[in-house]
Design a protein around this ligand. Structure first.
Ligand SMILES: Nc1nc2c(ncn2[C@@H]2O[C@H](COP(=O)(O)OP(=O)(O)OP(=O)(O)O)[C@@H](O)[C@H]2O)c(=O)[nH]1
Ligand SMILES: [Mg+2]
Length: 252
Protein backbone atom coordinates (compact mmCIF):
# COMPACT_ATOMS: atom_id res chain seq x y z
CA UNK A 1 0.00 0.00 0.00
CA UNK A 2 1.40 3.47 -0.86
CA UNK A 3 2.34 5.66 2.11
CA UNK A 4 -0.70 7.84 2.71
CA UNK A 5 -1.38 10.85 4.90
CA UNK A 6 -4.43 13.10 5.17
CA UNK A 7 -3.92 16.80 5.92
CA UNK A 8 -6.62 18.22 8.22
CA UNK A 9 -6.62 21.95 9.03
CA UNK A 10 -8.17 22.90 12.36
CA UNK A 11 -9.36 26.12 13.88
CA UNK A 12 -11.45 25.88 17.05
CA UNK A 13 -12.37 22.23 16.62
CA UNK A 14 -11.96 21.13 20.24
CA UNK A 15 -15.28 19.30 20.35
CA UNK A 16 -14.97 17.66 16.94
CA UNK A 17 -11.31 16.62 17.01
CA UNK A 18 -11.63 13.52 19.29
CA UNK A 19 -14.78 12.40 17.44
CA UNK A 20 -13.07 12.91 14.09
CA UNK A 21 -9.94 10.97 15.13
CA UNK A 22 -11.99 8.07 16.50
CA UNK A 23 -13.55 7.59 13.06
CA UNK A 24 -10.42 8.44 11.13
CA UNK A 25 -8.41 5.77 13.00
CA UNK A 26 -10.31 3.07 11.10
CA UNK A 27 -8.92 4.21 7.73
CA UNK A 28 -5.39 3.02 8.46
CA UNK A 29 -3.99 6.27 7.04
CA UNK A 30 -1.75 8.75 8.85
CA UNK A 31 -3.13 12.19 9.70
CA UNK A 32 -1.47 15.62 9.82
CA UNK A 33 -3.35 18.26 11.82
CA UNK A 34 -2.43 21.84 10.87
CA UNK A 35 -3.65 24.10 13.65
CA UNK A 36 -3.57 27.89 13.49
CA UNK A 37 -3.17 28.52 17.25
CA UNK A 38 -6.87 27.91 17.87
CA UNK A 39 -7.97 30.00 20.87
CA UNK A 40 -10.00 27.01 22.15
CA UNK A 41 -6.82 24.93 22.54
CA UNK A 42 -7.39 22.47 19.65
CA UNK A 43 -3.65 22.54 18.91
CA UNK A 44 -2.59 21.50 22.42
CA UNK A 45 -5.37 18.92 22.44
CA UNK A 46 -4.02 17.50 19.16
CA UNK A 47 -0.50 17.28 20.69
CA UNK A 48 -1.96 15.40 23.64
CA UNK A 49 -3.87 12.97 21.40
CA UNK A 50 -0.77 12.44 19.23
CA UNK A 51 1.18 11.14 22.22
CA UNK A 52 -0.57 7.77 22.09
CA UNK A 53 -1.27 7.76 18.34
CA UNK A 54 1.91 7.22 16.29
CA UNK A 55 -0.05 7.83 13.05
CA UNK A 56 -1.01 11.35 14.16
CA UNK A 57 1.22 14.38 13.47
CA UNK A 58 0.64 18.00 14.40
CA UNK A 59 1.87 21.26 12.88
CA UNK A 60 1.32 24.58 14.65
CA UNK A 61 1.10 27.92 12.89
CA UNK A 62 1.26 31.15 14.88
CA UNK A 63 -1.85 32.90 13.47
CA UNK A 64 -5.11 32.15 11.71
CA UNK A 65 -4.05 32.34 8.09
CA UNK A 66 -6.85 30.56 6.26
CA UNK A 67 -7.44 27.13 4.85
CA UNK A 68 -5.30 27.50 1.74
CA UNK A 69 -2.24 28.62 3.68
CA UNK A 70 -2.67 25.72 6.12
CA UNK A 71 -2.88 23.23 3.23
CA UNK A 72 0.25 24.64 1.56
CA UNK A 73 2.24 24.09 4.75
CA UNK A 74 0.74 20.63 5.31
CA UNK A 75 1.33 19.47 1.73
CA UNK A 76 4.94 20.70 1.80
CA UNK A 77 5.53 18.79 5.05
CA UNK A 78 4.10 15.58 3.54
CA UNK A 79 6.00 15.93 0.24
CA UNK A 80 9.30 16.48 2.06
CA UNK A 81 8.72 13.25 3.98
CA UNK A 82 8.05 11.11 0.95
CA UNK A 83 4.33 10.30 1.33
CA UNK A 84 3.00 9.01 -1.99
CA UNK A 85 -0.67 9.81 -1.48
CA UNK A 86 -1.80 12.94 0.27
CA UNK A 87 -5.42 13.53 1.19
CA UNK A 88 -7.26 16.53 2.55
CA UNK A 89 -10.44 16.80 4.58
CA UNK A 90 -12.24 18.89 7.20
CA UNK A 91 -12.12 18.04 10.89
CA UNK A 92 -15.90 18.35 11.42
CA UNK A 93 -16.85 14.89 10.00
CA UNK A 94 -18.68 16.57 7.13
CA UNK A 95 -16.26 14.54 5.02
CA UNK A 96 -16.82 10.94 6.19
CA UNK A 97 -13.57 8.99 6.64
CA UNK A 98 -15.56 5.93 5.55
CA UNK A 99 -15.53 7.32 1.99
CA UNK A 100 -11.72 7.12 1.80
CA UNK A 101 -11.54 3.50 0.53
CA UNK A 102 -13.58 4.39 -2.57
CA UNK A 103 -11.27 7.34 -3.18
CA UNK A 104 -8.21 5.10 -2.77
CA UNK A 105 -9.67 2.69 -5.30
CA UNK A 106 -9.88 5.55 -7.80
CA UNK A 107 -6.22 6.41 -7.15
CA UNK A 108 -5.35 2.71 -7.59
CA UNK A 109 -7.03 2.93 -11.02
CA UNK A 110 -4.59 5.68 -11.93
CA UNK A 111 -6.26 8.94 -10.88
CA UNK A 112 -3.76 11.66 -9.95
CA UNK A 113 -6.48 13.61 -8.15
CA UNK A 114 -9.64 12.12 -6.66
CA UNK A 115 -12.40 14.60 -5.88
CA UNK A 116 -14.96 13.65 -3.24
CA UNK A 117 -18.12 15.05 -4.78
CA UNK A 118 -21.49 16.03 -3.35
CA UNK A 119 -22.83 16.78 -6.79
CA UNK A 120 -22.35 13.60 -8.82
CA UNK A 121 -24.80 10.66 -8.76
CA UNK A 122 -24.79 9.04 -5.31
CA UNK A 123 -23.53 12.18 -3.54
CA UNK A 124 -25.48 14.77 -1.57
CA UNK A 125 -25.78 16.92 1.53
CA UNK A 126 -27.55 16.18 4.81
CA UNK A 127 -28.78 18.72 7.34
CA UNK A 128 -28.61 21.81 5.14
CA UNK A 129 -31.27 24.50 4.82
CA UNK A 130 -32.64 25.26 1.37
CA UNK A 131 -30.72 28.55 1.40
CA UNK A 132 -27.41 26.84 2.15
CA UNK A 133 -28.03 24.34 -0.63
CA UNK A 134 -28.74 27.10 -3.10
CA UNK A 135 -25.70 29.16 -2.06
CA UNK A 136 -23.38 26.14 -2.34
CA UNK A 137 -24.67 25.07 -5.73
CA UNK A 138 -24.58 28.63 -7.05
CA UNK A 139 -20.95 29.02 -5.89
CA UNK A 140 -19.91 25.78 -7.57
CA UNK A 141 -21.76 26.59 -10.79
CA UNK A 142 -20.28 30.08 -10.95
CA UNK A 143 -16.75 28.71 -10.52
CA UNK A 144 -17.41 26.09 -13.23
CA UNK A 145 -18.64 28.69 -15.68
CA UNK A 146 -16.02 31.34 -14.96
CA UNK A 147 -13.11 28.91 -15.23
CA UNK A 148 -14.65 26.54 -17.80
CA UNK A 149 -14.12 23.46 -15.63
CA UNK A 150 -16.26 20.30 -15.80
CA UNK A 151 -16.39 19.34 -12.09
CA UNK A 152 -19.71 20.15 -10.38
CA UNK A 153 -18.32 20.12 -6.81
CA UNK A 154 -15.47 22.55 -7.38
CA UNK A 155 -15.48 24.13 -3.92
CA UNK A 156 -15.36 20.82 -2.05
CA UNK A 157 -12.39 20.11 0.20
CA UNK A 158 -12.42 16.30 0.35
CA UNK A 159 -9.68 15.10 -1.99
CA UNK A 160 -6.93 12.55 -2.47
CA UNK A 161 -3.82 13.59 -4.40
CA UNK A 162 -0.82 11.66 -5.58
CA UNK A 163 2.45 13.32 -4.57
CA UNK A 164 3.32 13.55 -8.28
CA UNK A 165 0.19 15.59 -9.00
CA UNK A 166 0.84 17.98 -6.11
CA UNK A 167 4.35 18.52 -7.49
CA UNK A 168 2.99 18.91 -11.01
CA UNK A 169 0.68 21.74 -9.92
CA UNK A 170 3.46 23.41 -7.91
CA UNK A 171 1.02 23.68 -5.01
CA UNK A 172 3.33 25.87 -2.91
CA UNK A 173 2.81 28.76 -5.37
CA UNK A 174 -1.00 28.81 -5.16
CA UNK A 175 -2.30 32.19 -4.05
CA UNK A 176 -5.67 31.63 -2.34
CA UNK A 177 -6.05 31.48 1.42
CA UNK A 178 -9.77 30.84 1.95
CA UNK A 179 -12.09 28.25 0.47
CA UNK A 180 -11.30 29.32 -3.10
CA UNK A 181 -8.03 27.42 -2.59
CA UNK A 182 -10.00 24.27 -3.41
CA UNK A 183 -10.96 25.66 -6.80
CA UNK A 184 -7.48 26.97 -7.56
CA UNK A 185 -5.78 23.64 -6.82
CA UNK A 186 -8.25 21.55 -8.85
CA UNK A 187 -8.01 23.97 -11.75
CA UNK A 188 -4.23 23.64 -11.83
CA UNK A 189 -4.54 19.86 -11.90
CA UNK A 190 -6.98 20.11 -14.80
CA UNK A 191 -4.74 22.46 -16.78
CA UNK A 192 -1.70 20.27 -16.10
CA UNK A 193 -3.53 17.31 -17.60
CA UNK A 194 -3.77 15.23 -14.41
CA UNK A 195 -6.25 12.38 -14.47
CA UNK A 196 -9.12 13.53 -12.24
CA UNK A 197 -11.85 11.20 -10.96
CA UNK A 198 -14.93 12.13 -8.96
CA UNK A 199 -16.22 9.85 -6.19
CA UNK A 200 -19.61 10.56 -4.57
CA UNK A 201 -20.05 11.13 -0.85
CA UNK A 202 -22.79 12.53 1.38
CA UNK A 203 -21.77 15.71 3.23
CA UNK A 204 -23.11 15.71 6.80
CA UNK A 205 -23.54 19.02 8.64
CA UNK A 206 -21.22 19.43 11.63
CA UNK A 207 -22.55 18.42 15.09
CA UNK A 208 -20.42 20.84 17.13
CA UNK A 209 -18.50 24.05 16.63
CA UNK A 210 -19.07 26.84 14.13
CA UNK A 211 -18.39 27.29 10.44
CA UNK A 212 -15.46 29.58 9.66
CA UNK A 213 -17.08 30.89 6.50
CA UNK A 214 -17.37 34.69 6.61
CA UNK A 215 -18.24 37.53 4.22
CA UNK A 216 -14.48 38.26 3.96
CA UNK A 217 -13.71 34.70 2.84
CA UNK A 218 -16.61 34.74 0.36
CA UNK A 219 -15.36 38.10 -0.98
CA UNK A 220 -11.84 36.72 -1.43
CA UNK A 221 -13.41 33.82 -3.33
CA UNK A 222 -15.20 36.04 -5.82
CA UNK A 223 -12.16 38.27 -6.34
CA UNK A 224 -9.69 35.43 -6.82
CA UNK A 225 -12.06 33.59 -9.15
CA UNK A 226 -11.87 36.46 -11.61
CA UNK A 227 -8.13 36.90 -11.08
CA UNK A 228 -7.53 33.21 -11.82
CA UNK A 229 -9.49 33.56 -15.05
CA UNK A 230 -7.58 36.68 -16.05
CA UNK A 231 -4.09 35.41 -15.23
CA UNK A 232 -4.21 31.78 -16.36
CA UNK A 233 -1.59 29.31 -15.15
CA UNK A 234 1.00 27.01 -16.70
CA UNK A 235 2.81 24.14 -15.02
CA UNK A 236 6.49 24.92 -14.35
CA UNK A 237 8.76 23.59 -17.09
CA UNK A 238 5.67 22.66 -19.10
CA UNK A 239 7.18 19.36 -20.14
CA UNK A 240 4.72 17.16 -18.19
CA UNK A 241 1.74 18.79 -19.95
CA UNK A 242 0.15 16.39 -22.41
CA UNK A 243 -0.49 17.69 -25.91
CA UNK A 244 -3.73 19.62 -26.10
CA UNK A 245 -3.84 20.70 -22.46
CA UNK A 246 -2.71 24.20 -23.47
CA UNK A 247 -6.15 24.95 -24.82
CA UNK A 248 -7.44 25.01 -21.24
CA UNK A 249 -5.31 28.02 -20.40
CA UNK A 250 -7.25 31.25 -20.32
CA UNK A 251 -5.29 34.30 -21.37
CA UNK A 252 -6.51 37.87 -21.15
N1 LIG B 1 -5.65 25.84 10.23
C1 LIG B 1 -6.79 26.42 9.83
N2 LIG B 1 -7.92 25.69 9.69
C2 LIG B 1 -9.05 26.32 9.29
C3 LIG B 1 -9.10 27.71 9.03
N3 LIG B 1 -10.38 28.01 8.66
C4 LIG B 1 -11.08 26.86 8.68
N4 LIG B 1 -10.28 25.83 9.07
C5 LIG B 1 -10.62 24.40 9.19
O1 LIG B 1 -10.95 23.96 7.89
C6 LIG B 1 -12.01 23.02 7.93
C7 LIG B 1 -13.21 23.58 7.13
O2 LIG B 1 -13.76 24.69 7.78
P1 LIG B 1 -15.30 24.78 8.20
O3 LIG B 1 -15.50 25.88 9.14
O4 LIG B 1 -15.81 23.43 8.60
O5 LIG B 1 -15.93 25.23 6.85
P2 LIG B 1 -17.11 24.65 6.08
O6 LIG B 1 -16.89 23.17 5.95
O7 LIG B 1 -17.23 25.43 4.84
O8 LIG B 1 -18.34 25.03 6.98
P3 LIG B 1 -19.21 24.14 8.01
O9 LIG B 1 -18.91 22.73 7.74
O10 LIG B 1 -20.60 24.53 7.79
O11 LIG B 1 -18.79 24.52 9.38
C8 LIG B 1 -12.31 22.78 9.38
O12 LIG B 1 -11.60 21.65 9.82
C9 LIG B 1 -11.82 24.06 10.05
O13 LIG B 1 -11.46 23.89 11.40
C10 LIG B 1 -7.90 28.48 9.20
O14 LIG B 1 -7.84 29.68 9.00
N5 LIG B 1 -6.79 27.78 9.58
MG1 LIG C 1 -16.98 22.01 7.49
Amino acid sequence: MPREIVVVPTYNEREMLPLFLAEFARTGAECLIVDDSSPDGSGEQADELARERPWLHVLHRPHKGGLGAAYRVGFAWALERGYERIGQMDCDLSHPPSALPAMRAAADRGAGLVLGSRYVAGGGTRGWSLLRRIVSRAGCMTAMRVLALPYPDLTGGFKLWTADTLRLIDVSTTVSNGYIFQVEATRRAHIAGARIEEVPFVFVERLHGASKMSPGIAGEGALILWRLRRDGWRPPGRSPVPAGAEREITRP
